[in-house]
Unconditional design. Structure first.
Lengths: 261, 394
């Protein structure tokens, strides 16, 4: 008898946390739109990023990057990351032009060869610099490139959240879905689970240390990505956010990567 | 005097705060699998190199100077013990304009097997037989970013002669190339001929397109039989003037990179068209282990056919690139170039992996097979080698 209760309870719990619940697409989309609306209007920013990669034995490796990003009218964001360490790849730059209606453009600048290499748009799933973050985890979320659904509500450490799911439409994405905990008050993502194409939970992202800029924009200064399959995790520490800097087309132009420093 | 000390103090302060020294030192061992063709050559070579780099930017990063000298010492080959100024320039960049004055390095092109379009810098051939290492080129260069692409102009007042392995070096011609004596030039101003080049590059959707034109001394010499001062039979470089128009195109579609490089080159002696075209297809994150597996296939064409100056006239390159995307940044590239008309075949291997945040292991290898006696690579037939290197970055 207790066995039956236990099983039915498990079935009940599983059904709560799987797509058994009728997906409320409209509500999911409106939350995603509100999140994007909260983000829009930042113009551009520069920031510094420290990545700490932790292996299963607890051994840490540190990577330092400088990042700049800007919004485009009627198109996806553009961003540039310049690597400061490890020393052998210092000066390497990764430029991304995300798009809404077509494949993203990506270029890698190799300073020792002075060569700009184009990276194919399918390069999304590979680990970024050996970390648990993949290229697509670091890309901006463009509404048009996902389907959404509303899952429910849950408090995360006492903070009321809506749970939505994002289903990537990009055929090159490594994920079947992201399940995202969105703080109700500020429309910021506090937690995200990434499910692989087989539907297994692959990674969990936890964001914290939110600080507000220009009286409007909330930015997480700490991100932790746990990989449930490899057992490794990575931290991203953001610092020195500076908004609305004097950045122009030339700062995001593949033809002028040579001068980026 | 006090003022001078103050001034020096201020200068030192800026040096300490904004400036950076970095670079690498490397130790390498090159071992050959077969005994050499010439008794002067050796089976193994140990070599050390250093390449420090100094960068300083000021004026809100609009202006900067870069100094990058290079020195290599080779245990056996005197010609490979050499120094170079890889970079030494002042640059100014503001909005849509860039200016470079000094010794620079420029790369044009998209393909992997050979670099036809890339003609600005001379090849430092003694450094590596793959021709990927370049000597610094003195120039005045400007870039203008326009709505319809970037326009770059280069004025090059001084020519650098190609380096070649010395008497005791492997991977050299028979007879060897004499570089201690004066090379011959078509132009009477010799290395002071003013070369110039212009390049336009742009992005059209997911495609990068570049169109370039060069007029000046051909970086690739013709090698003419001669007798040197010591009465030995040698080859002497002859540098002619050339005019070259180049096109490079690269498209990214899904997991495909599609590539084309094409040149039309004209000199007093000949006129020809050459091209490299192919693709790189990558399987990303194979089995979710982070490993990328890329397959590179390129076709190399030269309408002169089997003539002395061209290694590849109707050849196919097949390569496999592995990128582990791990903490150590492990990379591996194995390539084979096969002549379509005869049995000539060459292999190359390049692999690297970080051992610590500052030390990297670099492995290179090359092998040759089926070379006909008329093949320009025939003199390398005994020169299969494996090279192990440790680079220390600071």
């Amino acid at each position: 008898m207790t066995q039956i209760i236990r099983i039915s309870l498990m079935v009940f719990i599983i059904s709560i946390f799987s797509a058994e619940i009728p997906a409320d697409e409209g509500r999911g989309l409106s939350i995603a739109r509100e999140m994007k609306a909260q983000e829009r209007g930042y113009g551009n920013y520069t920031a510094e990023m420290k990545m700490v990669l932790v292996d299963t034995g607890g051994k840490e490796s540190v990577r330092l990057l400088r990042v700049r990003s800007r919004e485009m009218e009627d198109d996806g964001d553009q961003s540039l990351a310049i690597f400061d360490s490890p020393a052998d790849i210092k000066g390497t730059a990764f430029l991304t032009h995300t798009h809404i209606k077509q494949d993203d453009d990506q270029w890698l600048y190799l300073p020792s060869l002075k060569r700009v290499k184009r990276i194919s748009p399918a390069n999304k799933t590979a680990p970024f610099m050996g970390s648990e973050f993949s290229y697509e985890d670091l890309a901006s979320i463009e509404i048009e490139r996902f389907r959404f659904s509303y899952v429910g509500e849950e408090a995360l450490e006492g903070v009321p959240c809506s749970i939505i799911e994002r289903y990537p439409l990009d055929p090159y994405s490594g994920y079947s879905k992201h399940r995202v905990w969105v703080e109700k008050a500020r429309y910021i993502a506090l937690k995200a689970e990434y499910y692989n194409r087989k539907g297994e939970k692959l990674k969990t992202l936890l964001t914290s240390d939110f600080r507000q800029y220009l009286g409007r924009f909330w930015r997480a200064h700490q991100m932790r990505m746990n990989n449930h399959i490899s057992g490794k995790h990575s931290f991203l520490y953001w610092d020195k956010f500076r908004f609305r800097q004097d950045l122009s087309d030339a700062d995001f132009n593949p033809n002028s990567l040579k001068r980026m420093r | 005097m006090k003022q001078l000390i103050f001034l020096v103090g201020v200068l030192m302060g800026t040096v300490a705060s904004a400036d950076e020294w970095r670079g690498f030192m490397s130790a390498e061992y090159r071992g050959f699998t077969s005994s050499p063709l010439d008794n002067d050559q050796h089976r193994s070579y140990v070599s050390l190199a250093v390449e420090p780099e100094y960068d300083h930017a000021w004026d809100s990063h609009r202006q900067s100077i870069t100094i990058k000298p290079f020195y290599r010492w080779d245990q056996q080959d005197n010609a490979r013990s050499h120094a170079d100024v890889r970079e030494l320039f002042w640059s100014y960049a503001k909005d849509r304009f860039e200016l470079y004055l000094g010794v620079c390095k420029v790369f044009w092109g998209v393909t992997e097997s050979q670099h036809l379009v890339d003609v600005i810098n001379q090849i430092d051939l003694v450094e590596n037989p793959d021709g990927e290492d370049k000597l610094g080129q003195p120039m005045l260069s400007t870039t203008l970013l326009t709505e319809s692409g970037a326009i770059q102009f280069y004025l090059m007042p001084y020519f650098r002669e190609r380096t070649f392995p010395g008497e005791e070096g492997r991977l050299r011609s028979f007879p060897r190339v004499e570089t201690d004596e004066a090379a011959a030039y078509e132009d009477k101003k010799k290395r002071n001929h003013h070369d110039w080049a212009i390049r336009w590059s742009t992005q059209l959707g997911n495609w990068d397109v570049g169109l370039s034109h060069f007029y000046g001394t051909n970086r690739e010499p013709r090698l003419l039989p001669a007798i040197n001062d010591r009465g030995e039979a040698v080859l002497l470089p002859f540098y002619e003037l050339m005019r070259q128009t180049g096109l490079d195109v690269q498209g990214a579609v899904g997991a495909w990179l599609l590539k084309l490089e094409m040149i039309a080159r004209k000199s007093k002696i000949d006129e020809f068209v050459a091209a490299t075209t192919g693709f790189e297809y990558t399987f990303y994150n194979v089995y979710e282990h982070g490993l990328d597996v890329g397959v590179v296939l390129e076709y190399l064409y030269d309408d002169r056919g089997d003539v002395a100056n061209s290694y590849f006239e109707d050849d196919i390159m097949l390569g496999v690139r592995l990128t582990a995307n791990d903490v150590q940044g492990t990379e591996f590239l194995l390539a084979m170039i096969q002549d379509r008309t005869d049995k000539a075949r060459s292999f190359s291997l390049e692999a690297s992996r970080r051992l610590t945040d500052y030390i990297k292991l670099v492995v290179e290898g090359r092998a040759f097979a089926g070379l006909a006696t008329t093949d320009p690579m025939y003199s390398f037939r005994q020169d299969d080698y494996l090279q192990l290197g440790l680079n220390y970055y600071f």
